[in-house]
Design a protein around this ligand. Sequence first.
Ligand code: NAP
Length: 342
Amino acid sequence: MSTPRRALITGITGQDGSYLAELLLEKGYEVHGLRRRSSTFNSSRIEHLYQDPHEPGTRLFLHYGEITDSARLIALLREIQPHEVYNLGGQSHVGSSFDEPEHTAETTAVGAVRLLEAVRLSGVDCRFYQASSSAMFGPDADVPQSEASPFRPRTPYGAAKLHAHWATVTYREGYGMFAVNGIAFNHESPRRGETYVTRKISRAVARIQAGLEDYLYLGNLDVTRDWGYAPEYVDAMWRMLQADQPCDYVIATGTSFSVRDFVVAAFDHAGLDWEKHVRCDERYIRPTRESLLIGDAGLVKRELGWEATVHTQELVKIMVDADIAAVGHEGEPWIDRPKVGG
Ligand code: NAP
């Protein structure tokens, strides 16, 4: 039997990390994940994948560590000898980056540099995926945004991602590493964190329908986003590391919806009148101008055959149905929750 390919995922306990771990396990990989030590369980999204590390045939291994700890990263790379490294870990919330700009830079920007440098110093021969973001384009961007569009971020998160993006390009060109950036537009799922706007909406719809709450508080409803479905986006990440040449790609649906559109569709799907339940809360309005985000994913389609098939209207239904099924099950591992839409 041939030795399985090994992958290391930072951010394995997050939305994308959990779907990517599933995908790679399905493909026969040995999957190693960096998880943060926390005083409460932070592994509910991957609980259903858990395998006893002592059992023969186990292919999922979790390692405590942080993207802020260079020595740990180097030691783990030497121990695991991965063929592929996916850097998905770090502070990933745009709104929170205004409250924690330094922490965001430390984990999201310098974290990526640390991991790239750890790969270089450890001498491990691996391919590297960096989770870049449409937040790098900013409010004055071309519409739609492609790989050739200029980056002019206006959030601490976008600026941190831009640092990591160019660091990845620098290691590719400077050291000949197979290091690539996936410039991913927003992608969501029932596993999206509860503080992100789409999940906030789907969860509130479910709780309002169940009579557990009356109101949903949101910021600017006119903000537009290109929202895709996370399980499809991790497939694009994997394809990027199988390519003949290292190349950066936009990963997007190519369609754009406003937060209001998402709200209306979500409440409609549950048979509720959104205007009776949605209130504006100034605290959620960001201090800088919002971007009109819509991605041109033509290159990844032409070169890697990847295309989004789930668009916002279907995504809304997947998320609302999952949250309706999950009402009363919050905090439980995914394996114990009703299985709806992943
Ligand atoms: P997520 O659900 O917030 O997951 C973030 C992951 O990073 C979690 O596993 C988190 O661990 C981990 N993490 C946070 N700080 C860390 C640290 N100091 N050291 C090690 N790990 C740390 O985010 P996601 O939606 O899966 O996104 C994955 C990546 O893609 C992120 O880098 C994000 O910025 C980027 N991205 C996401 C989108 C999107 O729409 N989802 C779009 C573009 C780019 P805990 O579970 O312990 O908190």
